[in-house]
Design a protein around this ligand. Structure first.
Ligand code: B12
Ligand code: SF4
Length: 466
């Protein structure tokens, strides 16, 4: 059999989606699948429109097979590109996979030859080489992540534009938050690579890039505290000079020895879904955490000199304009380093979506706007337009020019102090990167409001529900 030409496409979202240009990061699915195919002798190229920095034309997608990886937010663009490729290259086999096709396969039925739900490492070769012919194929969860090949990052066109290295050392999350799509696709069983394999994964990734900044994509990096302690000990032992961040949960504060190890191993900051400062909302979202857990986590993480990117979700049924204002105050008073004030988004396939859909509260099903930056449902205690405005105001105030300036002075003081003490580890917490993020946030939010003008008008024009 001769090798097939295969293009993976990770489409940009709609023009209203600010994540497009803000973050040049790929999903790892195309990379794992592409590497499997490449190692089997196929000619693979991965086009990520965000990393490439432009929208590609269908004429650039000439291949035996076009593999489209889609999230909800770029499902419309995925469809648009697939239909165009059908027109210009009718012989191309189109395969759709990823989170959105896994949860709403019917969205792809019209234009895809195959739709893969779930994890596709076990079926991708069979599909490309023609042994699997069914239209809808279910990929089983990879039982042993150590068996996957080491990623070939150079398959991504323009991969050198990435200035953060993505690595994922586990899949799945034992929790069951009502708004989360992760457990729907990757399951609630936490599956982790062995420590040796993650070290190999890191060494492999570092070969491709000039940077040493690593972002662990794991949904719950510290789900196993023992593994985290072993992994950080190995990073130190192997003298991997990496500066890394990871997604975790408030229970990270339960194990200070682990936190100390993370810091020693180069962890500069963590991303945490705090979601809300109301216990009623946290409980409604099945978040399995309380406000006092959040407060304790902030205190303990800062004690270990790591930054916190706090992710909040506005608009849960217990939220009011006042509680949203208190959320902003909370983030400022607790000195959270950077934040996200997402509007609650019922993503298809989640319990939250089923609830909103059954209560007839979804405003529309135009996935372009299911990005956490646009209100797509009717909140209970305010209008959709009020919620939209409240979210933007929180961003504006948190990232106001005065606060950014004050923070810079604050940082300057700490850097000076650390220089005098000859202790430069802390520079991560107050380094320029956090400041760049804070300054960039103003630009991102301005772009969002500029590009979403029509959507804001649409929200303002909605009549209150009778
Ligand atoms: C890293 C990450 C990001 C990065 C990079 C995102 C990007 N390039 O799109 C950043 C930080 C920028 C980001 C931003 C956002 N993200 Co994000 N992110 C992730 C995260 C944590 C890891 C992604 C990953 O690599 N997974 C691991 C790989 C192995 O999985 P995979 O790529 O899905 O691939 C497997 C299968 O899906 C399938 N597959 C995938 N593609 C294909 C293609 C074919 C042809 C086939 C056959 C199979 C197949 O096989 C693969 C191997 O098993 C996921 C959570 C998660 N666990 O996936 C959330 C996640 C993808 N993000 C999510 C969301 C909502 C967002 C945002 C809208 C922001 C927000 N509100 O949180 C933005 C939108 C980004 C955009 N593209 O515009 C949701 C998506 C839900 C949905 N229904 O679409 C997720 C699932 C998180 C969640 N809690 O629900 N994100
Ligand atoms: S803890 Fe995070 S990854 Fe786990 S179910 Fe909740 S939101 Fe999803």
């Amino acid at each position: 059999m001769t090798g097939k030409s295969v293009i993976f496409l990770e489409p940009a979202g709609s023009r209203a989606n600010v994540f497009d240009y803000a973050m040049k990061l790929p999903l790892l699915g195309s990379l794992y699948l592409g590497t499997i195919l490449h190692n089997a002798g196929h000619k693979v190229s991965i086009i990520n429109e965000n990393i490439l920095g432009r929208r590609v034309s269908p004429f650039e997608l000439k291949a035996d097979c076009l593999c489209i990886s889609s999230l909800t937010v770029n499902a419309n663009r995925a469809r648009e590109m697939a239909l165009k490729v059908r027109e210009v290259y009718p012989g191309t086999r189109i395969i759709a996979g990823g989170i959105h096709p896994s949860l709403v396969p019917e969205d792809f039925a019209e234009f895809a030859d195959h739709i893969v739900t779930g994890e596709a490492e076990g079926v991708i070769l069979g599909l490309i080489e023609g042994r699997i012919r069914e239209k809808t194929v279910h990929g089983s969860k990879v039982a042993d992540l150590d068996e996957l090949p080491l990623i070939n990052y150079s398959l991504i066109r323009g991969y050198r534009r990435m200035n953060i290295i993505p690595v994922m050392s586990s899949r799945g999350c034992p929790f069951d938050c009502s708004f989360c799509a992760v457990t729907r696709v990757f399951g609630r069983k936490f599956r982790a690579q062995s420590v040796e394999r993650t070290i190999a994964e890191l060494k492999n990734a570092l070969k491709y890039f000039d940077t040493n900044r690593v972002f662990f994509y794991d949904d719950n990096f510290t789900a196993s505290k023992r593994r985290t302690r072993e992994l950080t000990a190995a990073i130190i032992r192997e003298k991997l000079k990496i500066y890394w961040t990871a997604q975790t949960r408030v229970d990270i504060a339960d194990d200070e020895e682990m936190l100390a190890g993370m810091y020693e191993a180069g962890c500069g900051g963590v991303y945490i879904g705090f979601e809300s400062i109301s216990d009623a909302s946290l409980s409604a979202l099945s978040k399995s955490q309380t406000v006092s857990d959040i407060e304790r986590a902030i205190e303990v993480i800062h004690k270990y000199r790591m930054t916190i990117h706090g992710m909040f979700m506005l608009g849960e049924d217990n939220d009011t304009p006042e509680s949203i204002a208190s959320t902003l105050d909370f983030t400022v008073n607790h000195e959270i380093d950077t934040v996200q004030f997402m509007v609650m988004t019922p993503l298809p396939g989640t319990r939250l979506y089923e609830k909103m859909d059954s209560e007839n509260r979804l405003l529309h099903k135009n996935w372009d706007y299911y990005d956490g930056m646009h209100v797509v449902f009717r909140p209970l205690s305010m209008s959709p337009a009020e919620l939209q405005e409240a979210s933007v105001n929180c961003y504006r105030k948190f990232y106001s020019a005065e606060r950014v300036l004050l923070d810079s002075l604050h940082a300057g003081f700490y850097i000076l102090r650390d220089a005098l003490l000859w202790d430069f580890r802390n520079v991560f917490r107050y380094n320029s990167y956090t400041h760049i993020v804070r300054m960039a946030a103003q630009l991102v939010i301005s772009r969002h409001t500029r590009q979403s003008g029509d959507y804001y008008s649409y929200l303002s024009g909605l009549l209150p529900e009778e």
